[in-house]
Design a protein around this ligand. Structure first.
Ligand SMILES: [Fe+2]
Length: 178
């Protein structure tokens, strides 16, 4: 096959000339929509990251008769939090934006605050329940913005997190009700 024939045989594409040359091909959201979506994801990411470090601290510092129960439960919680945090940060990258990534940025942007390491076990659990309430508020904000912009990928991801956290909230509330 001659060079000319080879070129003539190139498959046609659904892209117009501009799109075919653009690199990368963008998803269908305007830059204003991308800013709104990634801004609320970054706010959630910052809160989740502070919450994650609190769970690690609780895992290390819990004392008393609940030690074996809570030491293990806090580990399960922070392991799940870590997976959610990673998916949220990568979702922001999918939109071509930068996830917040320094501890300084997280502490500055987070409504969830750090605590003393000297809390008794009930207070640790209460603190965790209060964090859940804050996290769910930020998640609902993400769901509301993403549904408004027809971003069902982010919406369904975060709805799954809400489901899980509401269940944790019930279980840890039951733990406190002894
Ligand atoms: Fe450990």
């Amino acid at each position: 096959m001659s060079k000319e024939e080879e070129i003539a045989n190139v498959a046609t594409t659904q892209l117009d000339n501009n799109l075919a040359k653009a690199k990368p091909v963008k998803m269908g959201w305007s830059s204003k929509q991308v800013t709104e979506i990634t801004k609320c994801l970054n706010a959630l990411l910052a809160n989740y990251s502070v919450h994650y470090q609190k769970l690690r601290s609780f895992h290390w510092n819990v004392k008393g008769s609940d030690f074996f129960d809570l030491h293990e439960k806090f580990e399960l919680q922070y392991t799940e939090a870590l997976m959610h945090i990673d998916a949220i940060a990568e979702r922001i990258r999918i939109f071509g934006e930068a996830p917040l990534s320094s501890l300084k940025q997280y502490l500055h942007a987070s409504e969830i605050k750090e605590t003393s390491t000297e809390l008794n076990s009930d207070l640790m659990v209460r603190e965790m329940l209060s964090d859940y309430t804050i996290l769910i508020k930020y998640m609902e904000e993400v769901v509301s913005i993403c549904s408004h912009h027809t971003d069902s990928g982010t919406e369904s991801m975060v709805k799954g997190y809400i489901n899980k956290i509401e269940k944790h909230h019930w279980m840890f509330s039951a733990f406190l009700a002894r």
